[in-house]
Write a protein that binds this ligand. Structure first.
Ligand code: NI
Length: 171
């Protein structure tokens, strides 16, 4: 198993729609193990494959630190098939360091996809679990938390990054 580097905004892979997985082979299974380890190492509650540079529709989640009724979950080709209600939630992202913003999310979602064993699965989630599912599915569609805030807020973050780079003496 390996811990990957997590790509940060504005890496172009993060903006791309990831490709569906057509066959769950050893490579996909290893990817899931490595993503799991990378997520735990980074202290995150979710991770999408594109964040480690693999443009495929694979996500992992573990929201148990915030909602202990859930445990580790990996999903392949997940898609939201129904959603309900609205909730405001302050979100961060491992690919957008030092950024927290309150976003509007659906309160409940139903997601369909494949398990790592290739079994079709349908899961219903609410609260932090539903939010994490929406956040990771956004990732595989090339959407970051920064794409869900106003242009002004996005520009402020970009400028902050530029300033930090200048301070570090990077181009
Ligand atoms: Ni994220």
């Amino acid at each position: 198993m390996a811990v990957f580097e997590i790509l940060k905004f504005p890496h172009p892979i993060l903006k791309k729609r990831s490709e569906a997985v057509s066959r769950i082979d050893e490579e996909v299974k290893k990817l899931i193990q490595d993503m799991r380890e990378t997520m735990y190492e980074a202290g995150g509650i979710g991770l999408a494959a594109c964040q480690v540079g693999v443009s495929r529709r694979v996500i992992v989640l573990d929201v148990s630190p915030m909602d202990p009724q859930h445990s580790f979950l990996a999903m392949i080709n997940p898609e939201i098939i129904s959603e309900e209600g609205e909730i405001d939630h302050e979100e961060g992202c491992l690919s957008v360091p030092d950024y927290l913003e309150t976003l509007k999310r659906k309160e409940k979602v139903c997601v369909r996809g494949l398990s790592p064993e290739g079994m079709e699965m349908e899961i219903k989630g609410e609260g932090i679990f539903a939010i994490a599912l929406q956040h990771e599915i956004d990732h595989i569609n090339g959407i970051l938390v920064l794409d869900r805030v106003s242009r002004l807020k996005r520009e402020i973050y970009r400028n902050k990054l530029k300033k930090e780079k200048r301070k570090e003496g990077k181009p």
